[in-house]
Ligand binder design. Structure first.
Ligand SMILES: Cc1ncc(COP(=O)(O)O)c(C=O)c1O
Length: 407
């Protein structure tokens, strides 16, 4: 409402799109994690959303961090409260300079899945604590990572023998079932394969003490996935006295914590649609008759459409200056576009929006916290949308956790 008022007064950029981050949600997800998977230490996957307040909150709550680059390691360590032992460099293919830098920073835990990586690590970080990343079935996931990473089990004995020969310390096994995993059973199969890799380690003289069950956790299947994991651990790792189990959840912590509000900056409607009721307009209810242009798009927050296989759906946040959207307003098949000059910049090919929706009204999108801001560009000079924070339901706990960072 304030943005609308300022825009009316001619304030430049008053109507710009913005995220709202509910830090309570992140807190709640952590409580939920501890309840369902008390044995497994979460190492938050920074790549998913490196928001400074999310990192501060999680560091206060005691999570570790999964980093994929020097930049991420630096960001986490510069919080000033995270010991390097709480970081895993979970990128199996790293630049030598990055490995050297992580040695200097005291980050020892890192993954590998190929022989070349072992040579590089032996040269510049011989004291590293290595974790072999194995290939698992990722066919039940939105983003399959096995195309790029993970050693097939058949190659694991050879890799471990090479690590032994190079005098390297391999401490365990990791996997990733793929991001956005929609079949919890993938974890069971992966844990079974990890057991086999543990046995392979024993055969070459290692006594592994770490199991990393990776990321891939989804909000709506979390309880089911946790149950599958607990059962698989009982079956394949019944004796866990000397076993440390970690995970690398990303999406789980932040996806639903962030929403995006975007302003309708332009509209293209055929003359027949101007002021007409939907049934008077030619075309079926699935063919968009009106095109809305909003001020964030595929080159910004909605890069998740291209990179993360998402299909965001808008809802009307404000209509004609009011948060009340009367249900009596007829809906019209519409499309929603981003602000750039590129036609790939389509946010929604068809959705049903009130026929009275105009330039200046606002749309909102939920579930915008994972793999959005982190990969947004400034193409065409459009800035990445800023974040506004709320502490919601668990405000007291969140504020307490963030106290250490008060300037
Ligand atoms: C190595 C690694 N760990 C963890 C994650 C986080 O996965 P998710 O967000 O699905 O939990 C990713 C995502 O790509 C990853 O590559």
């Amino acid at each position: 409402m304030k943005a609308a008022e300022l825009a009316m007064e001619g304030e430049p950029d008053a109507e710009k799109a913005f995220f709202v981050a509910d830090l309570s949600y992140v807190y709640q997800q952590h409580v939920r994690w501890k309840k369902n998977l008390p044995e497994i230490e979460p190492f938050y996957a920074v790549k998913c959303n490196p928001d400074p307040y999310v990192l501060r909150l999680l560091s206060s709550l005691g999570t570790g961090f999964d980093c994929a680059s020097n930049g991420e390691i630096n960001q986490v360590l510069s919080l000033g409260v995270v010991d390097p032992s709480r970081v895993i460099f979970a990128n199996p293919c790293k630049a030598t300079s990055f490995i050297r830098q992580s040695a200097r920073a005291g980050v020892d835990m890192m993954t590998f899945d190929n022989t070349d990586e072992l040579y590089k690590i032996a040269r510049v970080h011989p004291g590293a604590k290595l974790i072999v990343r194995i290939l698992t079935d990722d066919s039940k996931s939105l983003c399959r990572l096995g195309l790029k990473f993970g050693a097939p089990l058949v190659s694991v004995p050879g890799l471990l023998a090479k690590a032994k020969e190079l005098n390297l310390d391999v401490i365990g096994v990791s996997f990733h079932v793929g991001s956005g995993c929609f079949d919890s059973n993938a974890f069971s199969d992966a844990i079974m394969r990890a057991r086999m890799a543990f046995n392979m380690g024993k055969d070459v003289g290692y006594n592994f003490t770490l199991l990393d069950v990776g990321g891939g956790f989804e909000d709506h299947t979390f309880e089911a996935t946790s149950s599958v994991i607990r059962t698989a651990l009982e079956e394949y790792f019944p004796n866990r006295e000397n076993l440390r189990i970690i995970a690398e959840p990303g999406r789980y912590y932040v996806a639903k914590a962030f929403s995006l509000a975007a302003n309708i900056i332009a509209r293209r409607a055929p003359p027949a649609a101007e002021g007409a009721v939907p049934q008077d307009i030619e075309g079926d209810s699935e063919s968009p008759t009106v095109m809305y242009y909003i001020n964030d798009g595929v080159y910004g927050a909605f890069n998740c459409i291209l990179f993360d296989h998402q299909t965001p759906q808008p809802y009307v946040l404000s209509l004609n200056g009011s948060f009340h959207v009367p249900s009596s307003v007829p809906l019209r098949a519409s499309s929603v576009w981003g602000p750039t000059c590129d036609s790939i910049d389509c946010v929604c090919t068809v959705t049903h929006l009130p026929s009275t929706l105009q330039v200046g009204d606002w749309l909102a999108f939920e579930n915008m916290g994972a793999y959005t801001i982190c990969a947004a560009s400034q193409f065409n000079g459009f800035q990445v949308s800023k974040v506004t924070y709320t502490t919601g339901e668990h405000g007291r706990e969140v504020r307490e956790a963030l106290k250490a960072f008060a300037a």
